[in-house]
Write a protein that binds this ligand. Structure first.
Ligand code: FE
Length: 354
């Protein structure tokens, strides 16, 4: 609704300009010249051609110049801290609610009250004061060797802690934000003590010391180094959609599964999200941009290359995602990933998860 209000406000401004102007030529030129000066600076931790195509559409439609600066999330935080009040940042896009929380807790975001965005994004995928909003969903799950395990064997995260999984698990380092956020929900679900036991058991079930990224863990399963890889769904989907035969063979030799915490708890869901930067001076423009990302076009382009899941029901799924099995999303509020982040790292350290 707020989006419409802005449109209407813009329209009446235009009518006013026409009425006040004696030279008809100026009635055409003035608003266009004003629009051309609108600039939105986006700090993004993403780097996809489909994002660039989407941004170009927004520039065209809204008459806005987007200045996009891409870097890793933690680097963007350092840059924004160094820039201070002078930072040109208007909007931040980054993956993982735990990372959005880092921007927020560093004081780099501001609340955005938007009826449109607030209603579009499910309540548990938005920060309660409007500091960030989900744009797309991602699942942390398991790519496993189906010759070794059944889906039943891996149906809940605590099953990975059982003795029969000794020497079978591949996973990346504990400082990785995806693992910290997963552990944030494990703490929430199992409690502190059981969460620490879980991490300790996972460490003793590891096939090797944590190394590499998620794709490397899937490759390790295909290579027989382990039979269970803890990974985000889109890495597995991208291998399956790869132009390289070898990659598709890696995906084909594994099965993806989205475990629950306990039977019926629902599964861990994370987001890519947007936040309005603390230094943004045109909140309405930031809102217009984020609203655009939540249209069907926005959802389609944001997930096309990343193989994330659209946030909005009814948006078309990117190719390959249909191979991810059905799941029920946990109803946990994603703010807990940030709130539990320090505790998650502490428990990982105690467990010896490097
Ligand atoms: Fe990723």
């Amino acid at each position: 609704m707020t989006y419409r209000t802005h449109k209407i406000a813009g329209l009446s401004l235009l009518v006013g300009a026409v009425a006040a102007c004696s030279n008809p030529a100026e009635t055409v030129d003035t608003p266009t010249a004003e629009d051309a000066t609108r600039t939105l600076t986006l700090y993004s931790s993403r780097h996809y051609d489909s994002d660039k195509a989407l941004y170009a559409m927004f520039e065209e439609q809204a008459g806005v110049k987007l200045d996009v600066r891409e870097s890793k999330a933690d680097q963007l935080i350092e840059t924004m801290k160094a820039e201070g009040d002078q930072s040109p940042a208007d909007v931040i896009i980054t993956s993982d609610a735990g990372s959005l929380w880092r921007f927020q807790s560093a004081g780099l975001t501001q609340p955005l009250a938007s009826d449109t965005i607030g209603a579009a994004v499910p309540a548990n995928y938005q920060q309660s004061d409007g500091h960030w909003y989900g744009l797309a969903r991602r699942l942390r799950g398991i790519a496993y060797d189906p010759a070794r395990w059944s889906a039943e064997d891996l149906a809940t995260w605590d099953k990975l802690a059982e003795d029969d999984k000794a020497g079978e698990i591949c996973v990346r380092s504990s400082s990785n934000i995806y693992n910290l956020s997963l552990m944030g929900e494990i703490i929430h679900r199992y409690g502190d003590e059981a969460a620490q036991d879980w991490a300790t058991s996972i460490v003793s079930n590891m096939a090797r010391n944590p190394q590499g990224g998620d794709t490397d863990q899937i490759r390790a399963v295909a290579a027989g180094e382990c039979s269970i890889a803890i990974v985000n769904h889109y890495y597995w989907v991208r291998l399956g959609a790869s132009e390289k035969d070898a990659d598709r063979n890696v995906a084909a030799s594994t099965t993806f599964l989205v475990p629950e915490f306990t039977a019926g708890s629902g599964s861990h869901v994370n987001i890519t999200g947007a936040a309005v930067a603390a230094t943004a001076d045109d909140a309405a423009l930031a809102e217009e941009f984020i609203t655009f990302l939540l249209t069907e076009t926005g959802q389609s382009y944001l997930t096309r290359e990343t193989k994330e899941l659209p946030l909005l029901d009814g948006s078309p799924l990117p190719e390959g995602v249909e191979n991810v099995p059905d799941f029920t999303a946990s109803d946990a509020n994603l703010e807990i990933y940030g709130e539990n982040q320090a505790e998650a790292q502490r428990l990982f350290d105690l467990a010896g998860w490097n």
